[in-house]
Ligand binder design. Structure first.
Ligand code: NDP
Length: 285
């Protein structure tokens, strides 16, 4: 589906740094498999250039794109509409141009996580979930769990301020009970937890690093998820597997958030197998 130009739709990814970001390859492989003559390009945008970059993308009528660190929070002020998930998580990773030329922001990180989780766990409504971390990924995941009416969400974070502000934002949004646990020495995952989510950056590019957690009390069939996608099999997941947990890796979330974004941009469902293969290719380089 290569066209010599002009193309009907252009998409972007903005962040800093973007070196090693696999999304362009994943999305372009998906577009190609769908026969769509679109392009997706990744740009380094310095923090102080974010405002002008956003006006530029608007002037060039880009159809949409992704936003990555460090812009996910600041970008909110440059958009015309925000989804409930974007407001509650206070982060946007996906932008879509509407037919009237306005731009809306959403957060597909949490949605991608939820869809990869629910494939294994069934509905999360009523389930007890422990989230390790309170940064951007944790925040978008907690938001979707609350919107999906999980029974209880406990946030465990090294820095308590971040956990407190996250819980404040999500309080009373749904019947989900919210709790905060201070990280004091080894965190023992409680025996009544159904799902534990490793949502910190610990383990990223470090196959031998793992948070200080203990699986000794966990019940059978605990579902253990890791947001880290490189390496795919993190030390956290290896340790969880030794305790007979059902494991979900970060690649599933990355594929699903991308597929949800493509659906928002084009109205067409992407082939997730093609996307997962593209990510594996990107990481092998
Ligand atoms: P943030 O910087 O927003 O948050 C980082 C989190 O990690 C904080 O909770 C921080 O705790 C915690 N943390 C960092 N180092 C340590 C440590 N040594 N011990 C304990 N806690 C630590 O990052 P993001 O939330 O944006 O990203 C987190 C990870 O999620 C990254 O690896 C990213 O690649 C991945 N990710 C994966 C996605 C996917 O689709 N699979 C999507 C989005 C992100 P504190 O607040 O105390 O500093």
């Amino acid at each position: 589906a290569l066209m010599k130009g002009p193309l009907p739709s252009l998409f972007f990814c903005i962040g800093d740094p973007v070196v090693g970001n696999p999304t362009q390859h994943m999305v372009e492989q998906a577009f190609q498999a769908m026969g769509l003559p679109y392009r997706y390009i990744t740009c380094t945008v310095d923090k102080k250039e974010l405002a002008s970059a956003m006006w530029g993308l608007r002037s060039l009528a880009f159809s949409g794109g992704n936003v990555t660190a460090p812009h996910k929070q600041v970008v909110l002020e440059f958009l015309d509409h925000l989804s409930e998930a974007a407001i509650l998580s206070h982060a946007v990773n996906c932008i879509t141009r509407q037919s009237d030329g306005t731009y809306s922001g959403d957060n597909t990180d949490g949605k991608g996580f939820l869809s990869s989780l629910e494939r294994m766990s069934g509905e999360v409504a009523g389930k007890k979930v422990v989230i390790l971390g309170a940064g951007g990924a944790a925040s978008s995941i907690a938001t979707e769990l609350v919107l999906a009416r999980a029974g209880e969400v406990t946030i465990v974070n090294r820095t308590s301020d971040r956990a407190v502000s996250l819980v404040k934002r999500l309080d009373n949004v749904s019947p989900t009970r919210l709790a905060i646990e201070q990280w004091l020495g080894t965190y023992v995952i409680p025996n009544d937890a159904d799902i534990v989510v490793q949502a910190t950056s610990v383990g990223l590019f470090s196959p031998d690093k793992c948070l200080d957690v203990s699986f000794e009390k966990t019940k059978k069939q605990l579902i253990a998820c890791d947001v880290v996608f490189n390496p795919v099999e993190t030390l956290f997941l290896k340790r969880a597997r030794q305790r007979d947990c059902l494991c979900i890796d970060g690649l599933g979330m990355l594929v699903d958030q991308g597929a949800i974004a493509i659906d928002m941009w084009t109205g067409v469902q992407a082939n997730k197998a093609v996307m997962r293969k593209a990510l594996q290719e990107a990481f092998a380089i």
